[in-house]
Design a binder for this molecule. Structure first.
Ligand code: ATP
Ligand code: MG
Length: 283
């Protein structure tokens, strides 16, 4: 049995549950439930506060956990990242009152910075040879400058709208973060096997999300050109059309450079292009 800790409620919860469900785990998650067991996979899920997860993983109360990378770095527990998950992307930044002019990183010298991430800020200041005071608070960091508690803050930013509405501006990015799976180093054989199986499934789900199945009609003369643009997993499938000189070509295309490729394919004479989501992808 592998015990997985995920956030009980908050910004990581939905993505974590979705990931486990898309990986084929079937389980109930009632509102006030603290733990649950998957019906079809040897996994138990614990619902915890995200800040506590690294410690639980270190203590082996949970074997693995899903947390923001920011929490993993901040807590400095005996954890290792075993998978990056591509969701809950955000950054940790330093912000100062909008009315102030920013004179570069050196201007933070001697200032007071309010944050819920003292270790990350300490590390950042040390790397840049800055000595500033760190005021650790547990929430509502963005109001600290407004009430005279600090000169600057270091907090999570995704769109910047919270900063804006509190009269602040972002001046330094301290780190980028996304959801990650952390684990205790040295899991025993059985747990390591279950984790491997789960990571394999997660990879298939992740790949599928980043790729689309694409089919189109193309003149036979263009098959070579098109195959060079979208080689697919091994090579495209080519099926002759009833109409002379034409084929139907099926392949897989990466979501990231999708539109660029579509333009190229059209310039090669491809028509009737269909793009279909992929549920799982195993290479
Ligand atoms: P808990 O009650 O479990 O301690 P919390 O209030 O500390 O929750 P949340 O605000 O739910 O935490 O954020 C959890 C994690 O989600 C953060 O540590 C960060 O990695 C990520 N995150 C936070 N804000 C954003 C955002 N605006 N966009 C994307 N990801 C975010
Ligand atoms: Mg928290």
């Amino acid at each position: 049995m592998l015990r997985i800790a995920i956030q009980k409620s908050g910004r990581l919860q939905e993505g974590s549950l979705e990931l486990l469900k898309e990986s084929g785990l079937s389980f109930s998650n009632g509102k006030d439930q603290l733990k649950t067991q998957a019906r079809n996979f040897p996994v138990e899920i614990l619902f915890l506060r995200d800040d506590d997860i690294p410690q639980y993983v270190e203590d082996r109360v949970a074997d693995v956990g899903i947390v923001g990378e920011n929490i993993y770095v901040e807590k400095q527990k005996n954890n290792e990242i075993v998978k990056r998950l591509d969701f809950a992307k955000c950054r940790l930044s330093i912000a100062i009152p909008r009315a102030e002019t920013y004179g570069g990183i050196k201007s933070l010298d001697g200032k007071n910075i309010a944050t819920t991430y003292p270790n990350i800020v300490k590390g950042f200041l040390k790397r840049h040879g800055i000595s500033a005071g760190i005021h650790e608070i547990s929430g509502s960091v963005e109001i600290a400058p407004g009430i005279g508690l600090a000169d600057a803050i270091c907090d999570i930013v995704s769109t910047g709208s919270t900063l804006l509405s509190n009269g602040l501006k972002e001046v330094e990015v301290v780190m980028q973060s996304e959801a990650v799976i952390i684990a205790t180093p040295g899991l025993d054989g059985e747990k390591a096997d279950i984790l491997d199986k789960l990571l394999f499934r997660i990879e298939a789900v992740k790949k599928a999300k980043n790729n689309k199945y694409i089919l189109m009609n193309c003149p036979n003369d263009s098959i070579k050109l098109i195959t060079d643009v979208i080689p697919g997993m091994k090579s495209p499938t080519i099926i002759p059309l009833a109409r002379q000189g034409w084929s139907s070509l099926h392949s897989v295309v990466d979501e990231n450079d999708f539109w660029e490729k579509i333009d190229l394919l059209r310039s090669f004479g491809a028509e009737g292009i269909l793009v279909i989501p992929i549920e799982k992808m195993i290479v």
